[in-house]
Structures are given as structure tokens and as C-alpha cells.
Design a protein around this ligand. Structure first.
Ligand code: RIB
Length: 307
């Protein structure tokens, strides 16, 4: 398997306020801290993998604006291949307005902007480069028809594909999801997609099995401080715990899990081993503010992992 990873997905600038209490409707409150930072589920996953040393190709869409320019620099700084980050005239780069409460919980309002103009043709244009990749990683912040085109491209070219169904979209075709090698929701997304309860681990397992019965190959459910759970269509099952940490900002934790998982998986093919590293990588990230800025470099992570 080639070790190069392709992420086909979103680029979003995050505008983040940190606040002790979320305002009620009609109320104005002062926030305690604020920053703008590079985010977006696709870009976060690409950056986490790159920070850990992976060779990453990003296929995405940005606007021809200040945020887009800043973002291209950010990709380059992390050594991510940007040849297929499409600049769309007359459209804004995606923006997420994020509020983080003092317990680390976030609320996100996403304006997709250029991400909504990502077309299946953009996948064909990047086709020769995508064929050199050992894994394609997808999320749901670009149009569903482009996600489906990416799954078809991966299948036609026998490239393994991981789908992170985030944010959860009820219209997602489970038939298409079954064509992916990995399906990686968090428990909330699993609940939305199945319409089943997901409070307890037993309920989470039941919801995961409901999807596996429909033909999914591997489902990995990320469960925050409860760790992650892998169940495969051929009967393998493993729960991987994570490390207890003091969370200050959980934004992008799922993305850092996926970035670390794919970086290790393309090298080793070891699913539980990659989950173990990914859980700890995500745990380390939530101890700091921000998304990509909170993701550890390889050196920082190896030190934490050995502790
Ligand atoms: O998963 C976290 C990301 O979701 C944020 O960076 C924000 O951009 C939203 O897309």
C-alpha cells in the first residue's frame, strides 16, 4: 500500500470565541478569549496526519479571498500538497463560527462557502495524483454527490477509503457507505444516522451492529473520553480506551483521531494499534485551545505516548 494519504474534503476558517456561558436569544455577552484559526474537518484531518509525518494530498475548494490565501499558506507550512485545492472565484472560503464553553464543549455554525461548490469533476482532475495514494479520506462538508464520486473513484481504482460521516447527514446513502473500507462516526453521528439510542456502550454497539448488518465492512465509533470501538463485518470487535485528561477545547478532536489513525494505518495496517495511538493523540489535543494548533507534532506526541 502506498503511504501517501489523500484527503478529499473541506477547508474552513474557524472564528472562535471562548465563553463561560452561552448567550440566550436576544442577549449579548462578552467572551473571555477569541481567535481565528485554520479548521474544517477535511483540512484538520489532513493537517493532523501531516504533523505526524504523513505525505498528504489535499483535494478541496477555497474562495479567492483573504481567508483562502491564508489557508493555502497554512497547508504549505505543513508540507501538504495543494495543487488540487481549487480556488473558486466569487465565493467565500468556508467559515465556522464556534463558541467554546469553559467545560471544553463547543457549538459550531458552519457557512460552507466554496466547499459547497466542490464538484465531482475536481476529483477527476486530481485523478492521476489520487491513483498514487494508499488511502482516501472523506467527510461530509462537501456536497454528497462529490463524496459519492470519490467513493466510486476509490473503488474503481482499488484504493481503500475511509468515510467520516461528519457532520451527520440523514440523507447519506448507506449503500455508498458500505463501499467504504472504514466508516468512522462519533456516537452522536451514529445516533443521527441510525435513529437509535446511543447513551450506553451497549446501545452504541447495537447501533453499530445495525449498520454492519446492512453491509458495512469496518465501523470505528469515537466516544470521546470513553475511547473508541471497532466492530468489523466479519465479527472482530475491540474497545480501545483513551487517557484521562483535563479538556479545555474538544473542537476537532474527532479530526485529530482520524488524522493520526490514517497516518499509522497506512504504515502498519494495524487497526487496534492505530486506534490506540489515535485516541491518545486526540486526548492530547483537547488539553489545548484550537483545532490544528492544538495537534501535537510527531516529537511532542511520541513523548506523551510513552508517558
Ligand atoms: O471538526 C471540527 C471542525 O468542524 C471545525 O474546525 C470547523 O471548521 C467545523 O468544520
Amino acid at each position: 500500500m502506498s503511504k501517501k494519504i489523500a484527503v478529499i474534503g473541506s477547508t474552513v476558517m474557524d472564528v472562535v470565541s471562548y465563553i463561560d456561558k452561552v448567550p440566550e436569544g436576544g442577549e449579548t455577552r462578552a467572551s473571555q478569549d477569541f481567535h481565528t484559526a485554520c479548521g474544517g474537518k477535511g483540512a484538520n484531518q489532513a493537517t493532523a496526519a501531516a504533523k505526524l509525518g504523513a505525505d498528504v494530498l489535499m483535494v478541496s475548494a477555497i474562495g479567492n479571498d483573504a481567508f483562502g490565501k491564508e489557508y493555502l499558506e497554512n497547508y504549505k507550512r505543513h508540507g501538504i500538497e495543494t495543487r488540487f485545492v481549487n480556488v473558486i472565484e466569487g465565493t467565500a472560503t468556508g467559515v465556522a463560527s464556534i463558541i467554546v464553553e469553559s467545560n471544553g464543549q463547543n457549538r459550531i455554525l458552519l457557512y460552507k462557502g466554496a466547499n459547497d461548490k466542490f464538484t465531482p469533476e475536481m476529483i477527476q482532475t486530481a485523478g492521476d495524483e489520487l491513483k498514487k495514494c494508499g488511502l482516501i479520506v472523506l467527510q461530509l462538508e462537501i456536497p454528497l454527490e462529490s463524496v459519492y464520486a470519490a467513493i466510486d473513484f476509490a473503488n474503481e481504482n482499488k484504493i481503500p477509503v475511509l468515510l467520516n460521516p461528519a457532520p451527520a447527514v440523514k440523507e447519506l446513502s448507506i449503500e455508498k457507505a458500505c463501499k467504504c473500507d472504514f466508516f468512522v462516526p462519533n456516537e452522536t453521528e451514529l445516533g443521527i444516522l441510525t435513529g437509535m439510542p446511543i447513551e450506553t456502550e451497549e446501545e452504541i454497539k447495537a447501533a453499530a451492529k445495525f449498520l454492519l448488518d446492512k453491509g458495512l465492512k469496518n465501523i470505528i465509533v469515537t466516544m470521546g473520553s470513553r475511547g473508541s470501538l471497532w466492530i468489523s463485518g466479519d465479527g472482530k470487535e475491540e474497545k480501545v480506551p483513551t487517557r484521562k485528561v483535563q479538556a479545555v477545547d474538544s473542537t476537532g478532536a474527532g479530526d485529530s483521531f482520524i488524522g493520526c489513525f490514517v497516518e499509522n494505518y497506512v504504515k502498519t495496517g494495524d487497526i487496534p494499534g492505530s486506534m490506540k495511538r489515535a485516541s491518545q493523540y486526540a486526548a492530547l489535543g483537547v488539553t489545548k485551545k484550537g483545532t490544528q494548533d492544538s495537534y501535537a507534532t510527531k516529537e511532542e506526541f511520541e513523548k506523551f505516548y510513552k508517558m
